[in-house]
Write a protein that binds this ligand. Structure first.
Ligand code: C2E
Length: 800
């Protein structure tokens, strides 16, 4: 060290040393800047910029060496061997170029150090080749330790310099790298000069030739060239920075616009994050940058991401809000010229919630939240295996709300939905701890009662459920109509499969409904037969029209005061080939449920009209029309077409509808009725008084006739309540100027009462049963108007 300092301060012109250092620093700065620029380019351009950087540093080392040599006082005149001097320049450029190339293209951090070390070797090689070009006599005595130290210093400082140059982008990094490269060149040079012993040397050139003119000129030119390189490098750097800034802004804008969270990570450490990620974790950028990725995603997920780049990994993201389910994907990217990991994070909360909801909906009923039919069947399957293993008895209850359809029609779907929800709650409350409930669809519910022990227990629980509904009705002020029928099937007594248990419970439910509603029934084998019967009936009914099994009978309607027949009501009859006569009260509901009523109803209408059209006497004919027909959009058209094709005057046709036809969809029904009325057809309200809102219905549509239901006529002469109702209806009829017909008159006393109350028309077994129209030929052919000419008995009653 002493020797080096002594050589430096005593044998050198320090002003020229400073100049050498300046030239050196400029070339180092230019080289580092150009190296960085080359790293941001690729292909041929990268090679061009690396060559320019190699020239800059190579010339810089060379010029520094020779300016420093000019400042050196060797104590004798020295000259330079031109070819060897040029070789030293070539060596500097080539080896430095190699080092820069290695550092620029290397992917590991150590590559930059190694590249720098190669440059250090280049500096030393240039120096010792340059020293070999000295024209002096004798041999330079080299102090080996100092020679080694000079090489080591060059290699170490250059290695450190290139490490900082490559692994940092800030100006500070570049200045640090420039200083270190300058130090590498200067320290190497002056240590090597300290190692050179010139004691045994003697001059071989004259004093006039010792400072060659050409060397000064070349050094000056090289310095200018380096200055140009440095300025050019700085300019390029400025351009790079502007572009990087603009690109950075653009990228940040893009990244912030992304819905997904985006992170740039290096060696497991977060470099930057976009706005979406910051919102996800509820942290500011400053609190995220510099943090380990594993703090947010956990170590296991981080390792998995590294192992499986480009593949989505589902994990939990720890955030300020707690744990967020997330899908994460990692990609290798080049960020600011460095290999980094880009990590995209998608918040799966909404998707998970939706999936959960879908899973819930797949197994539950959306309205009541109860399990649906699918999950009930599954539960039933499990229960069957369980009960088999443990030899237990369990029960399946099927529930159906009574008159739910009417509630829905009368009060609207929202009220229907609210009712179903209340039923669900009441049901859950009633079976809490003893069973599982489900909604099978519509107004059908089911309950599974596991291990009931004895069937009687299932009956008690069914009673509890019905009780709960009754209580619920009382609490809601009687406005609601929750009453249900319950059917019960038992495992293993009644069935041992899911399908059979459900079918049997449903059959028992059907029986409960038939037996009066609001009650429960256990399945009995005979019930199964009934259901099969009903299905057979429906099947046979399909062919009834085409096989001519239907016919019409006619029941006369008689003017009570005059005894004259005013018209006939047509009533359908079905003669089953095996079962014989089947009453309409049995097959009409089956036809309505299956939709067959449309076909049957049209047949009835056509048959009645063509029959009436043949009568000489212009009597009216009344035809019953079902609610299903009234709601058919083509019904009015059918009536029109039948009237035209049969030639019956519309004024002779009377259509009888019950209140249920109005309830389901009042608007549509009224529209159809208006169209029919517009044809000139009369419309009668049948079974008046049996519905929920007979009066309201009267207001909704101007009926041509009111038919008081036979339940009020029954014993009207000795039942005060019936008498009051019939009087009221008659009063209503006369007030509205609408004629009233009394149906089901069976006894002479009933007829006498009606006559005394001035009821216009009567119909009933007392006057005549529904018969084949030929029975009434004398009337229809106009030979008589009076029924007593054919049936003498009733007229006695009229006369009384
Ligand atoms: N106990 C008793 N009953 C009497 C008396 N007088 C008449 N009846 C019966 O009462 C029913 C009157 O018809 P509805 O009220 O329209 O009630 C009808 C009607 O709703 C329906 N129906 C009958 N024919 C048709 C049809 O062609 N189309 C449609 N849609 N329904 C029909 O079937 C129901 C029953 O019809 P039917 O069995 O023919 O029963 C008929 C008739 O035979 C009486 O003095 N005492």
């Amino acid at each position: 060290m002493q020797t080096v300092l002594t050589t430096l301060f005593e044998q050198h012109d320090l002003r020229l040393v400073a100049l050498a250092a300046l030239v050196c620093a400029l070339s180092a700065f230019a080289g580092i800047t150009l190296l960085n620029h080359a790293r941001r380019t690729a292909g041929a351009m990268q090679r061009v910029w690396l060559a320019v950087a190699a020239f800059s540093v190579g010339f810089g080392i060379w010029a520094t060496h020779f300016v420093a040599m000019l400042s050196f006082n060797a104590g004798m005149p020295v000259g330079y061997d031109l070819p060897l001097t040029l070789v030293s320049l070539g060596i500097a450029i080539l080896i430095v170029g190699g080092g820069l190339w290695f550092a620029a293209l290397g992917t590991r951090r150590s590559d930059s150090v190694l590249g720098g070390a190669i440059i250090g070797v280049g500096i030393a090689s240039m120096h010792y080749t340059g020293m070999a070009s000295l024209l002096i006599g004798g041999g330079i005595a080299w102090a080996s330790p100092l020679v080694a130290a000079s090489v080591l210093l060059g290699v170490a400082f250059a290695g450190a310099s290139i490490y900082f140059a490559v692994n940092g982008q800030t100006l500070r990094h570049r200045i640090r790298a420039t200083i270190l490269l300058t130090l590498a060149i200067c320290a190497m040079h002056f240590t090597a000069m300290g190692a050179a012993g010139l004691e045994n040397c003697f001059p071989v050139v004259s004093a006039e030739d010792q400072t060659p003119q050409w060397l000064s000129i070349v050094v000056a030119l090289v310095s200018v060239m380096i200055l140009v390189f440095a300025l050019g490098g700085s300019y390029l750097d400025l351009l790079d920075r502007r572009r990087t800034l603009a690109e950075g802004d653009r990228m940040r804008g893009l990244a912030d616009a992304a819905v997904e969270g985006l992170l740039v990570v290096r060696d497991g450490e977060i470099v930057t994050a976009n706005q979406s990620f910051l919102s996800m974790v509820d942290l500011p950028q400053a609190a995220v940058s510099g943090k380990q990725l594993s703090e947010f995603l956990g170590s296991a997920a981080c390792s998995m991401l590294i192992e499986r780049p480009n593949m989505a990994v589902e994990t939990d993201l720890k955030s300020g809000f707690g744990v967020v389910p997330a899908e994460v994907i990692l990609r290798q990217v080049d960020f600011a010229g460095q290999p980094h990991h880009a990590i995209a994070i998608r918040d799966l909360s909404a998707r998970k919630q939706a999936e959960q909801h879908i899973r819930f909906l797949a197994h539950h009923d959306a309205l009541t939240g109860l399990p649906n039919r699918v999950s009930f069947s599954r539960k039933l399957e499990d229960e069957i295996s369980h009960a088999r293993r443990h030899e237990q008895t369990f029960a399946v209850l099927c529930l159906d709300l009574d008159r739910f359809k009417e509630v829905n029609d009368l009060f609207g779907h929202a009220a229907g939905d609210a009712l179903l929800q209340r039923v669900g709650q009441a049901l859950l409350g009633a079976i809490e701890g003893v069973g599982d409930a489900a909604r099978l669809g519509g107004d059908e519910f089911a309950v599974l009662l596991g291990d009931i022990g004895t069937p009687a227990r299932a009956g008690r629980i069914a009673e509890q459920i019905l009780d709960a509904f009754r209580r619920n009705n009382e609490q809601s002020g009687g406005g609601a109509l929750i009453s249900a029928s319950v059917g019960i099937a038992l495992f293993p007594d009644n069935a041992d499969t899911v399908e059979q248990l459900m079918t049997h419970a449903d059959t028992a439910l059907y029986r409960a409904k038939q037996d009066g509603r609001g009650i429960y029934r256990f399945f009995e084998n005979a019930m199964g037969v009934e259901v099969r019967d009903r299905r057979m009936l429906e099947h046979d009914l399909r062919h009834a029209v085409s096989r001519n099994q239907l016919r019409l009978v006619y029941q006369p309607q008689v003017d009570i005061q005059s005894g004259e027949v005013t018209g006939f009501e047509a009533l359908v009859r079905w003669k089953h080939p095996e079962r014989g006569e089947i009453p309409p009260s049995v097959f009409v509901p089956v036809a309505e449920e299956s939709g067959l009523i449309l076909q049957i109803g049209e047949w009835v209408l056509r048959a009645a009209c063509s029959e009436a059209a043949r009568w000489k006497s212009p009597l009216s004919v009344a035809v019953n029309v079902s609610a299903v027909q009234v709601h058919s959009p083509t019904f009015a058209q059918t009536v029109h077409e039948v009237l035209i094709s049969t030639g019956l005057s519309p004024s002779r046709l009377e259509v009888e509808i019950t209140e249920t036809a109005l309830i389901r969809d009042m608007m549509r029904a009224v529209t159809t009725l208006r169209q029919i009325r517009a044809l000139g057809v009369r419309i009668a309200m049948d079974d008046f008084g049996t519905g929920y809102s007979s009066l309201a219905n009267l207001r909704a549509f101007p009926f041509s006739k009111i038919k008081v239901d036979q339940s009020f006529i029954r014993a009207v002469d000795n039942n005060d309540q019936s008498a009051a109702i019939v009087r009221a209806v008659l009063g209503l009829g006369s007030g509205l100027n609408v004629p009233v017909v009394a149906e089901g008159v069976e006894r002479a006393e009933e007829l006498a009462f009606l006559k005394s109350e001035v009821c216009q028309t009567a119909q009933g077994y007392l006057l005549s049963r529904p018969e084949d129209i030929r029975t009434f030929a004398a009337v229809t052919e106009g030979r008589t108007k009076l029924l007593d000419s054919i049936m003498p008995l009733p007229l006695q009653a009229l006369a009384s």
